[in-house]
Structure formats: structure tokens, C-alpha cells
Ligand binder design. Structure first.
Ligand code: MC0
Length: 134
């Protein structure tokens, strides 16, 4: 199991345009990539910061994961995504350690990356995403 780096930090927002305008106004940064990921019920915008990214996430529907999160907790830190070289090996390792996986198998996320989520109840109340870049 090797965490290569922090691929991105996901932040849930109600309004993507408004959040991007604030990032521009306050930090003078712009998204390098925007994408609707229907399978996850989100529109995402990726902002490059150093060697990593901030991922702003707006829900496509109220009953999506980010929609439910916003309703319960409001805007804020949603997940941390770690880059891994071999996502199947990483999931196998976590399974061996008895960690509660949300995704037993990788699925396709933004940018065509293979991703899998680990339940926030497994570690310090933090939703973790594993990312194997294409
Ligand atoms: C929920 N909980 C969280 C949380 N979401 N804790 C920390 N961080 C989060 N993001 C907590 C709740 O407060 C609650 O705790 C407990 O987990 C159960 O939550 P729930 O509201 O009942 O919701 P569930 O169980 O229906 O779903 C939560 C779960 C879900 C994390 C399993 O959101 C999920 O499957 N997430 C993975 C997919 C996802 O988030 N996709 C959107 C990003 P208490 O203590 O009240 O019981 S997609 C993405 O990021 C993509 C496109 C990409 O990077 O490529």
C-alpha cells in the first residue's frame, strides 16, 4: 500500500459558479477542468494548487451523496483523495485490514480515473477516495 500524494481535496458547495467566482476573487485561481460525473451525481471543477488540486463539488440532485451531505452538514470539506499506483492492490490491502469499503471494486470518476471510496466511519470521520490515474 503506497499513497503517492494527495490527488485532491473535495469540497462540497451549493453553487459551483459562485464558489469559483469566490476562489478567483480571493485567490486568483481558475479551474483547469470541469466535468459532470453523472454516476456520482456531481458537477466538479478542479483547481490546480501546487502539485495537488482542490475539487469543488456541486450536486446534480438533492438525494445524491453531495446533495445529502450539504443538507446535513452544509458546505465544507467532503473528502480527501489519495493517489495510488494500483487501486485493486490498495483495496485488497484495506479489505485484509478489515476496513469498511464503500466501493468493493473501482469505478470510473472524473477525468476517467479509477476511483474507490472508503467509509468515513473507518478513520477519523473522514471520507477517503483512492484514485488511480489513467
Ligand atoms: C456522510 N458522512 C460523512 C460524509 N458523508 N462523514 C464525513 N465525510 C463525508 N463526506 C457521515 C454522516 O454524517 C453520517 O454520520 C454517516 O456518515 C452516514 O451518512 P448518511 O448521511 O446517512 O449517508 P449515507 O450513509 O447514505 O452515505 C454516506 C456515504 C456516501 C459516505 C456512504 O455519501 C457515499 O457513498 N459516498 C461516496 C461517493 C461520493 O461521495 N460521491 C461524491 C463525490 P452519523 O454520525 O450522522 O451517522 S464524487 C467524486 O469525488 C468524483 C467525481 C471524483 O473524484 O472523481
Amino acid at each position: 500500500m503506497l499513497l503517492i500524494n494527495i490527488d485532491h481535496v473535495g469540497i462540497a458547495v451549493h453553487d459551483l459558479e459562485a464558489a469559483l467566482a469566490e476562489y478567483d476573487r480571493q485567490y486568483r485561481v481558475h479551474p483547469m477542468h470541469r466535468e459532470v460525473v453523472e454516476s456520482q451525481g456531481v458537477e466538479e471543477a478542479m483547481i490546480a494548487v501546487g502539485g495537488s488540486h482542490i475539487q469543488l463539488l456541486a450536486p446534480l440532485a438533492e438525494d445524491s451523496p453531495v446533495g445529502k451531505f450539504l443538507e446535513k452538514r452544509g458546505e465544507g470539506l467532503h473528502h480527501i483523495a489519495y493517489a495510488v499506483a494500483d487501486i485493486e492492490a490498495a483495496l485488497a490491502h484495506l479489505r485484509t485490514e478489515g476496513v469498511r469499503l464503500i466501493d468493493e471494486e473501482p469505478r470510473i470518476g472524473g477525468g476517467g480515473a479509477r476511483i474507490a471510496f472508503v467509509h468515513p466511519k473507518s478513520l477519523a470521520g473522514t471520507l477517503i477516495e483512492l484514485v488511480e490515474s489513467p
